[in-house]
Design a protein around this ligand. Sequence first.
Ligand code: ADP
Length: 175
Amino acid sequence: MKAERLEIVQGDITTLAVDAIVNAANSSLLGGGGVDGAIHRAAGPGLLAECRTLGGCPTGEARITGGYNLPARHVIHTVGPIWRGGTANEDELLARCYRNSLALAVAHGLKTIAFPSISTGAYGFPIRRASRIALRTIKEFLEQDQTLEKVILVCYSPRDFQEYQEAFQEIWIDP
Ligand code: ADP
């Protein structure tokens, strides 16, 4: 699924040779399961060593590191909200993850960035709701930024891919 500067793919984010891949990290930035574990395994111990110097990251914010053994040049670590039923500002915090990651990429002159589906694994954010927030936030960002060349949304499972394609249709094609 492709728009001019947005691409939705199914696969493993650690294999992408982009300027930055985004990590759905936890607030310690010291590694975890899911995509975080996969990124640290593929990047090697240099990534954890750099992360230790950062002193963590609050929910909704983002931090940048090198990519080490990854094909990606950088990792942008962002901390998604844990789903608590929808009344704890989860929607806004999730939107901030996308917005702050994109802004950090632009601030570093990066042109290509890939996102996983933030918060929808261990953090339990409903995929349907999260996919719409992701696409709406990326769309709004790209409308006011002309420097990013490609944003890739990487869905790990076929079900997530299906959900993001439906969201793309709703938000990008028939708004
Ligand atoms: P969170 O704690 O933010 O929910 P998770 O890592 O548990 O983070 O899940 C976020 C999403 O990342 C889930 O949709 C999960 O299926 C997906 N994921 C796990 N491994 C990978 C990978 N290697 N590449 C892309 N996405 C992945």
